[in-house]
Ligand binder design. Sequence first.
Ligand code: AKG
Ligand code: FE2
Length: 301
Amino acid sequence: MANFELGNPKKAARLLSQILESQPTHSAQQTQKYLESRVPGKNVQETKPSWFSNYTRLCQGRRLPEERSGDPLRCYLDGKRHAYFTLAPLQVELVHLDPDINVYHGMLSSKQILSIFEEADKEEMVRSAVAGSGGEGTVRDLRVSQQTWLDYKSPVMNSVGRIIQFVSGFDMAGAEHMQVANYGVGGQYEPHPDYFEVNLPKNFEGDRISTSMFYLSDVEQGGYTVFTKLNVFLPPVKGALVMWHNLHRSLHVDARTLHAGCPVIVGSKRIGNIWMHSGYQEFRRPCNLTSDSYKSLAYRD
Ligand SMILES: O=C(O)CCC(=O)C(=O)O
Ligand SMILES: [Fe+2]
């Protein structure tokens, strides 16, 4: 019966006839009649996408061994990016090269984070949604968190805006408000890209060129951010900022940036996301003479 319902009527018929051959009066006769009067179910065997095993492994903090040698990844201090960082250089951790993923440590103090929470408390936290087929928000189990949005008017958010501008070099004219999200135990966001590619929001110019994500808490266990196609996992570190580009310089989407927020196992996780759009940034991140968008073609599912 289960085989029939799961879209395998031939197997169901074979098993039934085996039973009835050896025992013609078996109660399976009823089943045969029942099945003859029904349409078999659809074959719903779930095919897991290629990245799925990487996802669960990375969430446990286990990476595949690297193929390349002479790993260029490193940590360094950068006091030259902007005058703002002359006295307090950026503490940069380059966790992936091409596409670059950088973690900037110690970007927000506990006091600033508390002020952000105070601002967020003035707003209503709502269940996060994901874009549906027509671009409208829908609530799904693949994204379990609460969220709200903060503009850059309050003193603390003004500082946050300046940090993003000086670290990324982008014009804040293209920035969405900061999305403050809170994941409880079991909260997660399954692998997804941050770009839209289709159904671009009308109130911004262009797609999401970059993601800037602040960790606003540590997490006791779980809650890693993982890049399933790049073999990267990041344990949340309170006050750190993660930044990467979702688009190539040519503004084609970079499918290598598929990423996820792994389930929180113990504790809770709070983050602040700022997505920058590609409009107004043509002088900030100009195209190369030749496009490198071919690099991500093989990574499209
Ligand atoms: O929670 C994380 O670590 C990732 C969150 C994320 O990817 C998002 O909100 O778009
Ligand atoms: Fe994301």
